[in-house]
Design a protein around this ligand. Structure first.
Ligand code: ZN
Ligand code: ZN
Length: 270
């Protein structure tokens, strides 16, 4: 068994608001210390054919680089409030499907399903507890929407409904690079299917700067004030160093980059 680090919720050029090709994503994410990524492209720009191509390219690049790319689609409901990433080698379920129907199909096909960024447009208000038996997880810390702290509501919801708390970059550009990772316990030589199985079976956990995200939040486990305060004191200088390093980083190997503007980070939405 080995533990690999995955960057979760990564948009590629298959999304209308990202210009990142998969090979370029592999380079920068590997340089940032990840062993793989959960790719997550919008359903609104996906077709059955482009989904097949995305799955094929993920498989091909995973085999040739050793960096495990799990293909995924970020589904949205009709008025784009609920976003639901579905990861795995499963069919394309069409654009803006009904969330309950989507969850039943995706869970039945063995996919990983995640309730995304509950803070965006108050998506949390639409969370349906009846979904939880079909859900794998909930994003407790979205770098794009929660910023420097996890989402307290999501931490509590994950605990209450026994869902895996996901930490996600919602990556559209370097601005979302952050030391948030999903740690997955895998046999050696694992492929993308093993990653999906491990996540569905709960053999994974979130890491934020090497700590559980609850340590940064005001959720059930973070409620002990002294623990929270000491974590903040411990984390503050590290966060500043990480952010300075991220600003300096470019596509090259770690430390080789020149300062470069983040041209892809200011996406109009996720
Ligand atoms: Zn989204
Ligand atoms: Zn997204």
């Amino acid at each position: 068994m080995t533990t690999l680090r995955f960057a979760s919720h990564i948009h590629s050029i298959c999304s209308d608001d990202s210009t990142w090709t998969l090979p370029r994503l592999v380079r920068i994410l590997r340089g940032a210390g990840y062993d793989g990524a959960l790719v997550c492209d919008h359903d609104r720009t996906m077709t059955g054919r482009s989904w097949d191509r995305l799955r094929e390219e993920c498989a091909r690049l995973s085999a040739s680089t050793g960096f495990i790319l799990v293909p995924g689609v970020e589904y949205q409901d009709e008025d784009h409030v609920v976003h639901l990433p579905v990861f795995g080698d499963v069919p394309f379920y069409g654009r803006s499907p009904r969330i309950g129907t989507l969850l039943e199909a995706a869970a039945g096909d063995g996919a990983v399903t995640v309730f995304a960024h509950p803070a965006r447009r108050n998506a949390r208000d639409r969370f349906d507890a009846g979904w939880s038996p079909l859900l794998t997880g909930i994003e407790v810390w979205s770098r794009k929407y929660d910023g420097l702290r996890p989402n307290g509501w999501a931490l509590d919801a994950a605990a209450e409904h026994r869902l895996t708390g996901f930490v996600s970059l919602d990556f559209h550009g370097r601005r979302q690079l952050y030391p948030l990772a999903m740690l997955v316990d895998l046999p050696s030589g694992a492929d993308q299917r093993d990653v999906v199985s491990a996540m569905r079976e709960g053999r994974c956990r979130a890491s934020a700067l090497g700590l559980r995200p609850e340590r940064f939040g005001s959720g059930l486990l973070g409620a002990a004030g002294s623990t929270l305060e000491s974590t903040r004191r411990w984390a503050a200088p590290r966060l500043r160093r990480v952010e300075a390093a991220m600003r300096r980083r470019n596509d090259g190997p770690p430390g080789a980059g020149l300062p470069e503007a983040d041209t892809n980070g200011a996406s109009r939405h996720d």
